[in-house]
Design a protein around this ligand. Structure first.
Ligand SMILES: Nc1ncnc2c1ncn2[C@@H]1O[C@H](COP(=O)(O)OP(=O)(O)OP(=O)(O)O)[C@@H](O)[C@H]1O
Length: 281
Protein backbone atom coordinates (compact mmCIF):
# COMPACT_ATOMS: atom_id res chain seq x y z
CA UNK A 1 0.00 0.00 0.00
CA UNK A 2 1.20 3.51 -0.76
CA UNK A 3 1.65 5.56 2.41
CA UNK A 4 0.08 8.97 2.85
CA UNK A 5 3.24 10.26 4.51
CA UNK A 6 6.63 8.61 4.14
CA UNK A 7 9.57 10.06 6.07
CA UNK A 8 12.99 8.60 5.35
CA UNK A 9 16.33 9.34 6.99
CA UNK A 10 15.12 12.67 8.33
CA UNK A 11 17.84 14.73 9.98
CA UNK A 12 16.88 18.11 11.45
CA UNK A 13 19.61 20.40 12.77
CA UNK A 14 19.62 23.84 14.33
CA UNK A 15 22.51 26.20 13.63
CA UNK A 16 23.58 27.73 16.94
CA UNK A 17 26.51 29.85 18.12
CA UNK A 18 28.17 26.61 19.26
CA UNK A 19 27.75 24.91 15.85
CA UNK A 20 25.09 22.65 14.38
CA UNK A 21 22.84 20.99 16.95
CA UNK A 22 21.04 17.84 15.75
CA UNK A 23 17.45 17.72 17.06
CA UNK A 24 16.36 14.75 14.90
CA UNK A 25 18.98 12.12 14.06
CA UNK A 26 18.09 10.03 11.04
CA UNK A 27 14.54 8.83 11.62
CA UNK A 28 12.15 7.03 9.26
CA UNK A 29 8.42 6.42 9.63
CA UNK A 30 5.17 6.43 7.71
CA UNK A 31 1.50 7.31 8.22
CA UNK A 32 -1.45 5.86 6.31
CA UNK A 33 -4.83 7.37 5.48
CA UNK A 34 -7.25 7.13 8.40
CA UNK A 35 -4.45 6.35 10.87
CA UNK A 36 -3.25 8.22 13.96
CA UNK A 37 0.47 7.97 14.69
CA UNK A 38 1.43 9.29 18.12
CA UNK A 39 4.97 10.59 18.51
CA UNK A 40 5.84 10.34 22.16
CA UNK A 41 8.91 11.14 24.25
CA UNK A 42 10.22 13.49 26.89
CA UNK A 43 10.76 17.22 26.46
CA UNK A 44 13.56 18.02 24.02
CA UNK A 45 13.63 14.60 22.28
CA UNK A 46 12.79 16.12 18.89
CA UNK A 47 9.02 15.68 18.61
CA UNK A 48 8.31 19.28 17.60
CA UNK A 49 11.37 19.42 15.34
CA UNK A 50 9.90 16.41 13.51
CA UNK A 51 6.45 17.95 13.06
CA UNK A 52 7.82 21.38 12.11
CA UNK A 53 10.09 19.69 9.54
CA UNK A 54 7.07 18.04 7.89
CA UNK A 55 5.22 21.38 7.79
CA UNK A 56 8.28 23.27 6.51
CA UNK A 57 7.84 25.59 9.50
CA UNK A 58 11.26 25.32 11.17
CA UNK A 59 12.73 28.61 12.40
CA UNK A 60 15.31 30.18 10.09
CA UNK A 61 18.27 28.48 11.86
CA UNK A 62 16.76 25.03 11.21
CA UNK A 63 17.72 22.76 8.32
CA UNK A 64 16.48 19.42 7.06
CA UNK A 65 18.01 16.57 5.07
CA UNK A 66 16.44 13.27 4.05
CA UNK A 67 13.08 12.72 2.43
CA UNK A 68 9.53 13.70 3.41
CA UNK A 69 7.01 12.46 0.85
CA UNK A 70 3.34 13.40 1.06
CA UNK A 71 1.40 11.18 -1.33
CA UNK A 72 3.76 11.19 -4.31
CA UNK A 73 5.28 14.60 -3.63
CA UNK A 74 8.74 15.25 -2.13
CA UNK A 75 8.57 18.16 0.36
CA UNK A 76 12.26 18.51 1.22
CA UNK A 77 13.86 21.19 -0.90
CA UNK A 78 10.70 22.64 -2.48
CA UNK A 79 10.16 26.42 -2.57
CA UNK A 80 8.38 28.39 0.16
CA UNK A 81 5.63 29.23 -2.34
CA UNK A 82 5.00 25.53 -3.10
CA UNK A 83 5.07 24.77 0.62
CA UNK A 84 2.51 27.47 1.35
CA UNK A 85 0.23 25.92 -1.21
CA UNK A 86 0.55 22.50 0.44
CA UNK A 87 0.07 23.90 3.96
CA UNK A 88 -3.58 24.39 4.71
CA UNK A 89 -4.48 22.56 1.53
CA UNK A 90 -2.91 19.10 1.90
CA UNK A 91 -1.51 19.27 5.40
CA UNK A 92 -2.59 21.35 8.41
CA UNK A 93 -1.24 21.79 11.89
CA UNK A 94 -2.78 22.50 15.26
CA UNK A 95 -0.73 23.69 18.21
CA UNK A 96 -0.83 23.68 22.00
CA UNK A 97 -1.58 27.38 22.11
CA UNK A 98 -4.38 28.36 19.71
CA UNK A 99 -3.34 32.01 19.87
CA UNK A 100 -0.25 31.09 17.78
CA UNK A 101 -2.66 30.21 14.95
CA UNK A 102 -5.42 32.75 15.61
CA UNK A 103 -4.93 36.41 14.89
CA UNK A 104 -6.21 38.56 17.79
CA UNK A 105 -7.17 41.52 15.59
CA UNK A 106 -9.53 39.69 13.21
CA UNK A 107 -12.85 38.11 14.07
CA UNK A 108 -13.39 34.34 13.75
CA UNK A 109 -15.44 34.74 10.56
CA UNK A 110 -12.64 36.57 8.74
CA UNK A 111 -10.07 33.98 9.80
CA UNK A 112 -12.22 31.04 8.73
CA UNK A 113 -13.14 32.60 5.39
CA UNK A 114 -9.62 33.58 4.39
CA UNK A 115 -8.17 30.11 3.60
CA UNK A 116 -11.39 29.11 1.84
CA UNK A 117 -11.30 32.19 -0.38
CA UNK A 118 -7.56 31.84 -1.11
CA UNK A 119 -7.16 28.07 -1.48
CA UNK A 120 -10.60 27.09 -2.69
CA UNK A 121 -11.53 30.21 -4.68
CA UNK A 122 -14.81 30.66 -2.81
CA UNK A 123 -16.82 33.88 -2.74
CA UNK A 124 -17.26 35.60 0.64
CA UNK A 125 -20.82 34.29 0.84
CA UNK A 126 -19.86 30.68 0.07
CA UNK A 127 -16.94 30.84 2.52
CA UNK A 128 -19.25 32.16 5.26
CA UNK A 129 -21.62 29.22 4.80
CA UNK A 130 -18.76 26.71 4.85
CA UNK A 131 -17.33 28.50 7.91
CA UNK A 132 -20.63 28.07 9.77
CA UNK A 133 -20.66 24.41 8.78
CA UNK A 134 -17.10 23.92 10.05
CA UNK A 135 -17.93 25.51 13.41
CA UNK A 136 -20.91 23.15 13.71
CA UNK A 137 -18.67 20.21 12.85
CA UNK A 138 -16.29 21.01 15.70
CA UNK A 139 -19.18 21.34 18.15
CA UNK A 140 -19.40 25.13 18.57
CA UNK A 141 -22.87 26.34 19.60
CA UNK A 142 -24.45 29.36 17.84
CA UNK A 143 -21.90 29.30 15.00
CA UNK A 144 -23.39 32.28 13.18
CA UNK A 145 -22.89 34.55 16.21
CA UNK A 146 -19.41 33.11 16.85
CA UNK A 147 -18.24 34.34 13.44
CA UNK A 148 -18.54 37.91 14.72
CA UNK A 149 -16.50 37.27 17.87
CA UNK A 150 -12.78 37.80 18.42
CA UNK A 151 -10.43 35.09 19.78
CA UNK A 152 -10.11 36.74 23.23
CA UNK A 153 -13.89 36.52 23.68
CA UNK A 154 -13.79 32.70 23.59
CA UNK A 155 -12.77 30.16 26.25
CA UNK A 156 -9.58 28.09 25.79
CA UNK A 157 -11.55 25.00 24.70
CA UNK A 158 -13.60 27.03 22.19
CA UNK A 159 -10.44 28.65 20.78
CA UNK A 160 -8.97 25.17 20.33
CA UNK A 161 -12.10 24.10 18.44
CA UNK A 162 -11.90 27.18 16.21
CA UNK A 163 -8.25 26.39 15.44
CA UNK A 164 -9.25 22.82 14.51
CA UNK A 165 -12.04 24.19 12.28
CA UNK A 166 -9.49 26.44 10.54
CA UNK A 167 -7.07 23.54 10.12
CA UNK A 168 -9.80 21.43 8.54
CA UNK A 169 -11.15 24.19 6.27
CA UNK A 170 -9.42 22.89 3.16
CA UNK A 171 -9.98 19.23 3.99
CA UNK A 172 -6.32 18.29 4.43
CA UNK A 173 -5.27 14.67 3.95
CA UNK A 174 -2.82 14.97 6.87
CA UNK A 175 -3.35 16.72 10.22
CA UNK A 176 -0.39 17.37 12.49
CA UNK A 177 -1.34 18.02 16.10
CA UNK A 178 1.47 19.15 18.42
CA UNK A 179 0.35 18.78 22.06
CA UNK A 180 -3.04 20.35 21.22
CA UNK A 181 -4.67 19.44 24.53
CA UNK A 182 -1.84 19.96 27.02
CA UNK A 183 -3.07 23.37 28.19
CA UNK A 184 -6.69 22.26 28.65
CA UNK A 185 -8.39 20.77 31.68
CA UNK A 186 -9.09 17.01 31.53
CA UNK A 187 -12.77 17.21 30.58
CA UNK A 188 -12.15 19.59 27.68
CA UNK A 189 -9.06 17.55 26.73
CA UNK A 190 -11.21 14.40 26.43
CA UNK A 191 -13.75 16.27 24.27
CA UNK A 192 -11.07 17.58 21.91
CA UNK A 193 -9.46 14.12 21.60
CA UNK A 194 -12.87 12.62 20.75
CA UNK A 195 -13.43 15.38 18.22
CA UNK A 196 -10.09 14.76 16.47
CA UNK A 197 -10.83 11.02 16.43
CA UNK A 198 -14.33 11.56 14.92
CA UNK A 199 -13.10 14.01 12.30
CA UNK A 200 -10.25 11.68 11.35
CA UNK A 201 -12.77 8.93 10.69
CA UNK A 202 -15.24 11.15 8.83
CA UNK A 203 -12.55 12.64 6.60
CA UNK A 204 -10.25 9.60 6.38
CA UNK A 205 -7.30 11.81 7.35
CA UNK A 206 -3.91 10.68 8.52
CA UNK A 207 -3.02 12.23 11.89
CA UNK A 208 0.41 12.78 13.43
CA UNK A 209 -0.21 13.49 17.11
CA UNK A 210 2.70 14.74 19.22
CA UNK A 211 2.46 14.28 22.98
CA UNK A 212 4.47 13.44 26.07
CA UNK A 213 1.38 12.01 27.78
CA UNK A 214 0.91 8.22 27.60
CA UNK A 215 -2.69 8.66 28.77
CA UNK A 216 -3.42 10.67 25.62
CA UNK A 217 -1.59 8.02 23.56
CA UNK A 218 -3.84 5.31 25.02
CA UNK A 219 -6.91 7.26 23.99
CA UNK A 220 -6.03 8.31 20.49
CA UNK A 221 -3.18 6.31 18.91
CA UNK A 222 -3.39 3.55 16.33
CA UNK A 223 0.39 3.34 16.18
CA UNK A 224 3.04 4.80 18.46
CA UNK A 225 6.56 6.01 17.74
CA UNK A 226 8.74 6.52 20.80
CA UNK A 227 11.58 9.05 20.47
CA UNK A 228 14.58 9.53 22.70
CA UNK A 229 17.36 12.07 22.13
CA UNK A 230 16.42 12.67 18.49
CA UNK A 231 16.14 8.99 17.59
CA UNK A 232 13.27 6.54 17.24
CA UNK A 233 13.73 3.84 19.88
CA UNK A 234 10.54 1.89 19.27
CA UNK A 235 7.54 1.84 16.91
CA UNK A 236 4.50 -0.38 17.15
CA UNK A 237 0.74 -0.56 17.30
CA UNK A 238 -0.75 0.87 20.46
CA UNK A 239 -1.54 -2.48 22.12
CA UNK A 240 1.94 -3.90 21.63
CA UNK A 241 3.58 -0.74 22.95
CA UNK A 242 1.43 -0.83 26.11
CA UNK A 243 1.28 -4.61 26.60
CA UNK A 244 4.72 -5.57 25.47
CA UNK A 245 7.14 -2.63 25.41
CA UNK A 246 10.54 -3.70 24.09
CA UNK A 247 12.75 -0.76 24.84
CA UNK A 248 13.86 0.23 28.35
CA UNK A 249 12.92 3.85 27.73
CA UNK A 250 9.38 2.90 26.66
CA UNK A 251 9.05 0.84 29.86
CA UNK A 252 10.15 3.90 31.86
CA UNK A 253 7.60 6.11 30.11
CA UNK A 254 4.86 3.61 30.95
CA UNK A 255 6.05 3.19 34.53
CA UNK A 256 5.74 6.95 35.02
CA UNK A 257 2.01 6.77 34.27
CA UNK A 258 0.00 6.59 37.49
CA UNK A 259 -1.97 3.45 38.32
CA UNK A 260 -5.49 4.01 39.56
CA UNK A 261 -5.15 1.13 41.99
CA UNK A 262 -2.74 -1.76 42.50
CA UNK A 263 -4.43 -4.23 40.18
CA UNK A 264 -5.75 -1.98 37.47
CA UNK A 265 -3.63 -0.03 35.10
CA UNK A 266 -6.01 2.66 33.91
CA UNK A 267 -4.21 3.25 30.61
CA UNK A 268 -4.17 -0.43 29.80
CA UNK A 269 -7.94 -0.41 30.25
CA UNK A 270 -8.12 2.49 27.82
CA UNK A 271 -6.08 0.56 25.25
CA UNK A 272 -8.27 -2.52 25.70
CA UNK A 273 -11.37 -0.37 25.23
CA UNK A 274 -9.77 1.11 22.09
CA UNK A 275 -9.07 -2.43 20.77
CA UNK A 276 -12.67 -3.49 21.41
CA UNK A 277 -14.04 -0.39 19.63
CA UNK A 278 -11.71 -0.89 16.66
CA UNK A 279 -12.64 -4.58 16.43
CA UNK A 280 -16.36 -3.83 16.37
CA UNK A 281 -16.25 -0.80 14.06
N1 LIG B 1 15.15 27.33 17.42
C1 LIG B 1 15.99 26.47 17.99
N2 LIG B 1 17.32 26.68 17.95
C2 LIG B 1 18.18 25.82 18.51
N3 LIG B 1 17.84 24.68 19.13
C3 LIG B 1 16.51 24.39 19.20
C4 LIG B 1 15.52 25.27 18.64
N4 LIG B 1 14.31 24.72 18.86
C5 LIG B 1 14.51 23.57 19.52
N5 LIG B 1 15.84 23.36 19.74
C6 LIG B 1 16.45 22.20 20.40
O1 LIG B 1 16.17 21.03 19.63
C7 LIG B 1 15.96 19.91 20.49
C8 LIG B 1 14.62 19.26 20.15
O2 LIG B 1 13.57 20.16 20.49
P1 LIG B 1 12.03 19.88 20.23
O3 LIG B 1 11.33 21.18 20.46
O4 LIG B 1 11.86 19.21 18.92
O5 LIG B 1 11.69 18.87 21.39
P2 LIG B 1 10.29 18.30 21.88
O6 LIG B 1 10.46 16.84 22.00
O7 LIG B 1 9.21 18.79 20.99
O8 LIG B 1 10.14 18.95 23.31
P3 LIG B 1 8.86 19.62 24.03
O9 LIG B 1 7.98 18.49 24.44
O10 LIG B 1 9.47 20.34 25.19
O11 LIG B 1 8.24 20.56 23.02
C9 LIG B 1 16.03 20.43 21.92
O12 LIG B 1 17.31 20.14 22.42
C10 LIG B 1 15.85 21.93 21.77
O13 LIG B 1 16.53 22.63 22.78
Amino acid sequence: MEHLLQVENLVTQYRTAGGKMPAVRDISFSVNKGETLCIVGESGCGKSATSLSIMGLLPSNGEVTGSIRLKDRELVGISEEQLQNIRGNEVSMIFQEPMTALNPVFNIGFQLREPLMIHRNMSKKEATLVGIDLLKKVGIPNPKEKLKQYPHELSGGMRQRVMIAMALACEPSLLIADEPTTALDVTIQAQILDLIEDLKEQMDMGVVFVTHDMGVVAEIADRVMVMFAGEVVETGDVSSIFNNPKHEYTKKLLAAVPNVDDDTNYWLQEVKQHDRTTATS
